[in-house]
Design a protein around this ligand. Structure first.
Ligand code: 5AD
Ligand code: SF4
Length: 459
């Protein structure tokens, strides 16, 4: 049954009342993608409404939450590893409340494992349920009963949750949730449910309130942003945001090649606010592997999209995701991936070793690739991409780019850091007054992971 906001508000008030007069602290550890980061900002928002303060690094908090990811096995292992350590902390501080939420909790078998081996967890719930955290917390605090929930993925979108943003300069704005694509290696559709889009008005209102608070850049988020569908498609949404929001910069991720249209590329070109950057996961360069991955495009189509994007927006920054060692991947298939890498010349690639995920079709294939072969291919891929990234970065030396200044370096307060439209990290000397501004920076040198430059805008 759908909870009424008023009832939820009551739980927030009740927990706040319980906490009144004592200093209660929280800590959130986020694993995985930007969607999880945004969910954690909402959880922080509701915790602060309930009277919790962010814990400092040298104290054991009163409430600790792991927002988990299960896209690859190593993310899961990390959570169980950290959970083991928390047992010791709970022995030191008996009142510590341990909560687990997110994708991993939505997987069959995880809750049983927690019940059996990690009984020190107090609250467990899956994706899309953080608005119920006040109720879980209240029930735990008043009855002492563990709150364990492993329910089917909830399809409804909850609007109006408080958000405690990590940055005052840039913000994530989810525009759609879930995924309908069922790529054969991927667990996301199983743990995040079917695609559902937020209403345009809700998105516009959120961006406008961010603008009023001084935010300069929004990143529109979704597992598959360009399949956004709510009284218009994603391209229309971009034009609408352009018309109705005074935001300086718009980014979006992740796009799926099957849903890229010429209209969308044209919009990147036409709308000044939309950054010249496209994150377009390739996953594999082999048409055979792409078909087995259920990606719904082939090598030639992917190359055609990239060439159209480069033609229409010559200064576009390109990034991608690549999986190495999908079951049945031959040396020739891998060569196709290297070939696409060379032809596209991505500015950056996130590279992953294929990881078997319970419940996905690829996991039950008999032709899994050995660890050694995966490792060798991964190293080759990384080496090739790093040299492409460095070559592309070097080509920027001498040019001037627009940088949104995000902050100062942790080690040297005089060094400012930010990103250009293509999403490259740029470091340069400047006054802290420039933080939050978009400034022209002339690139003076290039490394693999960042560029260095100088500006005269603070003189
Ligand atoms: N193994 C390795 N990488 C994966 N990804 C998704 N599922 C898996 C898996 N089972 C990668 C894809 C996706 C990114 C977010 O994670 O490249 O684009
Ligand atoms: Fe996973 Fe494919 Fe959906 Fe991306 S598009 S979340 S890789 S199923």
């Amino acid at each position: 049954m759908k909870e009424k906001p008023l009832r939820l508000h009551k739980y927030i008030e009740e927990v706040r009342r319980i906490n009144l007069g004592s200093r209660k602290t929280y800590q959130i550890r986020t694993f995985g993608c930007q969607m999880n980061e945004n969910d954690s900002e909402k959880i922080a928002g509701v915790l602060e409404e309930m009277g919790y303060l962010a814990a400092s690094d040298n104290e054991i908090p009163d409430f600790i939450l792991f927002n988990t990811c299960c896209v690859r096995e190593n993310a899961e292992q990390k959570v169980f590893g950290h959970l083991g350590v928390l047992k010791k902390q709970k022995e030191k501080k008996e009142s510590l409340i341990i909560a687990l939420c997110g994708c991993m909790m939505q997987q069959a078998g995880t809750l049983d494992k927690i019940k059996k081996s990690y009984r020190h967890a107090d609250i467990v719930y899956g994706t899309n349920k953080s608005h119920l955290l006040p109720q879980y917390l209240y029930t735990l605090l008043t009855t002492g009963q563990k709150q364990y929930f492993a329910e089917p993925v909830d399809q409804e979108i909850i609007e109006g949750q408080p958000v405690k943003r990590e940055s005052s300069i840039k913000a994530y704005v989810p525009i759609m949730y879930g995924c309908n694509n069922f790529c054969s290696y991927c667990v996301v559709p199983l743990v995040r449910g079917r695609e559902r889009s937020r209403k345009k008005d809700d998105i516009i209102n959120e961006i406008n309130s961010l603008v009023a608070e001084g935010t300069k850049e929004v990143t529109l988020l979704g597992q598959n942003v360009n399949s956004y569908d709510s009284d218009g498609d994603f391209t229309e949404l971009l034009y609408l945001i352009d018309r109705q929001c005074d935001i300086k910069r718009i980014r979006f991720m992740t796009s799926h090649p099957k849903d890229i249209s010429s209209r969308l590329i044209q919009a990147i070109h036409d709308i000044d606010k939309v950054c010249n950057h496209l994150h377009l996961p390739l996953q594999s360069g082999s048409t055979k592997v792409l078909s087995e991955m259920n990606r719904k495009y082939d090598k030639d189509r992917y190359l055609a999209i990239i060439s159209e994007a480069k033609q229409m927006v010559p200064e576009i920054g390109l990034s991608t995701d690549i999986i190495v060692g999908f079951p049945g991947e031959t040396d020739d298939d891998f060569e196709d991936t290297l070939d696409v890498l060379e032809k596209c010349e991505f500015d950056f690639a996130y590279t992953f070793l294929y990881s078997k995920r319970r419940g996905t079709p690829a996991a039950s294939r008999k032709d899994q690739i050995t660890k050694e072969v995966k490792g060798e291919r991964f190293e080759k891929l990384l080496e090739k991409q790093n040299s492409i990234t460095l070559k592309k970065n070097l080509s920027f030396v001498g040019s001037t780019v627009k940088v949104l200044v995000e902050g100062a370096s942790k080690t040297d307060k005089e060094i400012l850091t930010g990103r250009d439209e293509a999403n490259k990290i740029i470091n340069f000397k400047g006054s802290p007054d420039l933080i939050g501004e978009i400034v022209n920076v002339k690139i003076t040198s290039a490394k693999t992971w960042h560029l260095e430059g100088e500006t005269n805008e603070n003189i």
